[in-house]
Write a protein that binds this ligand. Structure first.
Ligand SMILES: CCCCCCCCCCCCC[C@H](O)CC(=O)SCCNC(=O)CCNC(=O)[C@H](O)C(C)(C)COP(=O)(O)OP(=O)(O)OC[C@H]1O[C@@H](n2cnc3c(N)ncnc32)[C@H](O)[C@@H]1OP(=O)(O)O
Ligand SMILES: NC(=O)c1ccc[n+]([C@@H]2O[C@H](COP(=O)([O-])OP(=O)(O)OC[C@H]3O[C@@H](n4cnc5c(N)ncnc54)[C@H](O)[C@@H]3O)[C@@H](O)[C@H]2O)c1
Length: 309
């Protein structure tokens, strides 16, 4: 159960900020982001229920979490293998799974959604859960590109709704963008900030503007790289090498696109294109459309701009 705590800000003795201490978390979507967030939340002592529509996806997610925890332990407990085993055991005990979100939200402090990047699907999910979750439960979306305000509009808890934008791979990337809409209460915002910090992440506070901070800058960069390749101005391999060796980026734009998932990239593009129909920047990309129509979604399907294995 959650409890409210009072934070007395140092130097501001009269300003007391209340926030919900999040202990029990329901994460909806057991794909790459949901599983990554579940891994980090479980290994920082949170009770996590991971939900997906499909039992096989959940099995794969749990197996992936255990495998990735082994990578973490190899580094963190290099000289203490027993402590490492204990760490993995404790984290795995904190993870349970379900295919029925409605039946698990009763005792949850936070419902964090990481499902497909589609406004209607996200609205349907939250609209349904709003009727079932306790009043104190905070809802948050990990959307890459959709408006939190639009997603929240399907619920009657606008003050207890915000955005938590994690980065891929979640166990490695240190940032969380915490997003407040004009209706998000200060208590909710502080609870989400505090939760992100408990996960060991650094936070930045964002308004609910398109792409928040990171994707507002990342999207034009990736878009321009794809256009450059479509015009034949450079090979995808050379563009990737250029950005890695010229700018010190860990991945080039095509490697990164495959890593994010080309299906997700297309959802993002289509959403922004629909919202800005007259902006040529968001014109359809033949290359992206072809790869997605062939089921080549990137690393997760074994092929995208590049082949894997
Ligand atoms: C015209 C049409 C265009 C369409 C336009 C649409 C544009 C859309 C653009 C927006 C997309 C937004 C997506 C999203 O909202 C936001 C994002 O998440 S953006 C992605 C951010 N991520 C990155 O930028 C990742 C960059 N890459 C890296 O940092 C590294 O390459 C890597 C992924 C960490 C991998 O590193 P490598 O060195 O290659 O590989 P290793 O396997 O050795 O890993 C390094 C290190 O990390 C540990 N590790 C890796 N994964 C995990 C894991 N899952 N769990 C735990 N640990 C992990 C690994 O053990 C290594 O540790 P070490 O041994 O070094 O101690
Ligand atoms: N991939 C990235 O790099 C990245 C980074 C940050 C944020 N995001 C965002 O996170 C979300 C998930 O992205 P992902 O890459 O993990 O996608 P993914 O395709 O890997 O996983 C999505 C999962 O959601 C499940 N799902 C779909 N509808 C559902 C529903 N109604 N109920 C329960 N489960 C459902 C699917 O079965 C799938 O397992 C998207 O909103 C995306 O924009 C993605």
């Amino acid at each position: 159960m959650a409890f409210l705590t009072h934070h007395i800000c140092r130097g501001l003795s009269s300003s007391a900020v209340r926030h919900v201490v999040i202990k029990n978390v329901t994460i909806i979507g057991g794909g790459q982001m949901g599983a990554g967030i579940a891994q980090v939340a479980a290994s920082t002592g949170h009770a996590v229920t991971l939900v997906d529509t499909n039992e096989d996806i959940l099995k794969k997610a749990v197996k992936g979490i255990e495998g990735n925890l082994k990578r973490v332990v190899k580094k963190k407990f290099a000289d203490k293998p027993e402590a490492g085993e204990e760490f993995i055991g404790k984290a795995m005990q904190n993870v349970s799974t379900s295919t029925d979100a409605g039946s698990v939200v009763q005792g949850t402090d936070l419902v964090l959604e990481a499902i497909v990047e589609n406004l209607k699907v996200k609205q349907d999910l939250f609209g349904g859960l709003d009727k079932l979750a306790p009043a104190h439960t905070i809802f948050a979306s990990n959307t890459s590109s959709l408006s939190i305000t639009d997603i929240a509009s399907s619920t009657n808890r606008l003050d207890r709704f915000g955005g938590l934008h994690f980065f891929n791979p979640v166990p490695v990337m240190r940032l969380v963008e915490v997003i407040a809409t004009s209706s998000t209460s200060q208590e909710t915002f502080d609870s989400l900030l505090n939760f992100s910090k408990m996960l060991g992440k650094t936070t930045v506070s964002c308004k609910d503007t398109p792409g928040f901070m990171v994707n507002r800058l990342l999207l034009p960069y990736i878009l321009d790289a794809v256009r450059m390749y479509e015009r034949g101005d450079g090979s995808k391999e050379d563009i990737d090498i250029a950005m890695k060796l010229g700018c010190g980026y860990p991945m080039g734009p095509f490697e990164l696109s495959d890593y994010v998932g080309l299906d997700t990239m297309k959802f993002i593009m289509d959403g922004w294109s629909a919202a800005n129909p007259d902006n040529p920047m968001f014109a359809q990309s033949e290359v992206l459309n072809k790869l997605v129509s062939e089921g080549k979604f990137g690393k997760k399907t074994g092929e995208g701009f590049y082949k894997y294995k």
